[in-house]
Unconditional design. Structure first.
Lengths: 113, 109
């Protein structure tokens, strides 16, 4: 298996623009997680899905952030409008079952100018 | 106070030394993860444990549920072990992970 795939790997955009990050989980994994990592706050869980349904989105910073999982093999994290403080590395991870090891993607490094 | 605290924050060792990184947590958990983040940014899951001890190569992870404490040990450390090691706990309710701030390990040749 190719592991968790994220795209793009790097994104540089201007403040106010819409940003869409994409994730393809490992086939057969029922859980998908979106994380954000910054120097100031470390790793933070933003949202996670079980069987394509959002279960806990309490980590989503504000209404500018939204996440969808239209099917078992694809998820998006959208920021609209983006702000410089959104600059971070965004990781997607998937897990086979509840409580199982999470497998991380390579991350998307987002820079908002 | 953070729910998950790691110590030390930074650790420098000489090649061959035995290394211990500690993690303490304050919430009820069902599992604890140790993750390794390479200098390039990739994150790898090293261990997931809920009791006792696990060993993989030169890495050993232990957990004491009563004391809410876990340790990650590296025997015969090597420069390629240089990375950030992150402790994360899965709270009893739900599947979310809560992360420690990480321990930056540098192993010098």
């Amino acid at each position: 298996d190719a592991g968790v795939i994220q795209s793009p790997r790097h994104e540089v955009t201007e403040m106010g623009q819409e940003v869409t990050l994409r994730c393809k989980p490992i086939s057969g994994h029922d859980y998908l997680f979106w994380y954000r990592q910054t120097m100031m706050r470390g790793l933070e869980l933003l949202i996670y899905f079980n069987n394509n349904v959002p279960i806990d989105d309490s980590g989503m910073p504000e209404d500018r952030f939204s996440a969808k999982m239209p099917n078992a093999s694809f998820s998006t994290l959208k920021i609209q409008p983006s702000e410089p403080r959104d600059s971070a590395v965004y990781f997607c991870a998937s897990a086979l079952t509840h409580g199982d090891t999470q497998y991380f993607g390579p991350g998307t490094r987002l820079t908002v100018l | 106070k953070n729910e998950v605290e790691q110590s030390p924050q930074n650790l420098t060792a000489q090649e061959g030394e035995f290394i211990t990184i500690n993690c303490s947590y304050s919430v009820g958990i069902s599992a604890l993860h140790w993750l390794q983040q390479h200098p390039g940014g990739g994150i790898v899951s090293l261990f997931m444990l809920s009791s006792g001890k696990k060993k993989h190569g030169r890495l050993i992870a232990t957990i004491n549920i009563q004391e809410k404490h876990s340790s990650l040990h590296i025997t015969a450390s090597h420069p390629r072990d240089s990375a950030v090691y992150i402790c994360a706990v899965k709270e009893t309710s739900g599947s979310r992970l809560t992360f420690g701030e990480g321990t930056q390990l540098t192993v010098n040749p």
